[in-house]
Design a protein around this ligand. Structure first.
Ligand code: HEM
Length: 209
């Protein structure tokens, strides 16, 4: 990819992630009044506080892990931020799974968010495992998949107002978005990872044994 395009995409992703993360921390304020559909979630307390705090931190930290210069110049920082990111995904994702079970939008949304939580946990577990055994080329690929899922939090908050502008019934849109916010991202990540530049390091690692 053209370096100008990739830098611009990174900046867009990092800024939008930071904005959604900072707005999400509002759940940690004592005076917050929640949206009706979230307040009606059967698992809302205490899990929304755990989820919003940790998942927002994953969203805030994730983009920095993809900067090659930061990784090369400050490997210790990369490892520490990576630990924070994975911790937030694992515990924020577990709280997300509990919230999914209690979602007031019904079974379609429960399944959409629930499967997202399970896939998020599995993908991060695999990313962590590969880093711990030194298979860094594959670790990078799994962390791209991980952030494609994390970024669903941004897209969900873009798709909802768009669906409202299109006068789609809120609940119908919300149920569809519980899937649309992450399945296409994963497909785009897979297509990106099929490029020859990603296959080469894996082939080299496999040849080394
Ligand atoms: C990727 C895995 C994720 C899963 C499975 C997940 C799951 C959920 C579920 C089930 C709810 C409650 C929805 C309802 O009751 O209708 C929720 C709400 C929420 N989630 Fe997540 N979530 C994920 C990622 C994130 C991320 C990365 C953030 C970071 C900002 C985030 C922030 C929030 C917030 C702030 C709410 C409260 C609703 C709102 O104000 O929009 N979630 N999440």
């Amino acid at each position: 990819m053209n370096p100008y395009v990739s830098r611009s995409l990174w900046a867009l992703g990092a800024v939008s992630s930071a904005m959604i993360a900072l707005v999400s921390y509002r759940y940690l304020l004592p005076s917050l009044s929640m949206p009706t559909n979230i307040a009606a979630n059967l698992m809302v307390r205490p899990w929304i506080y755990v989820h919003a705090g940790l998942a927002a931190t994953a969203l805030l930290t994730g983009p920095w892990q993809f900067l090659p210069r930061l990784r090369a110049r400050h490997p210790r920082l990369h490892r520490w931020v990576g630990r924070v990111y994975i911790f937030c995904c694992v515990f924020g994702g577990s709280a997300g799974l509990l919230l999914a079970a209690g979602a007031s939008a019904g079974p379609v949304a429960r399944a959409g968010f629930g499967l997202l939580a399970v896939v998020w946990l599995l993908v991060n577990g695999q990313g962590l495992r590969l880093a711990m055994i030194g298979r860094y080329a594959e670790h990078r690929q799994w962390m791209i998949r991980s952030f494609a899922l994390t970024f669903g939090a941004v897209l969900l908050r873009v798709y909802i107002p768009i669906s409202q502008m299109m006068h789609i019934d809120f609940m119908t849109a919300y149920r569809a978005i519980s899937w649309l916010a992450w399945v296409p991202n994963l497909i785009v990540a897979e297509l990106y990872l099929r490029q020859p530049r990603w296959r080469k390091p894996l082939a080299t690692a496999a040849a080394r044994g």
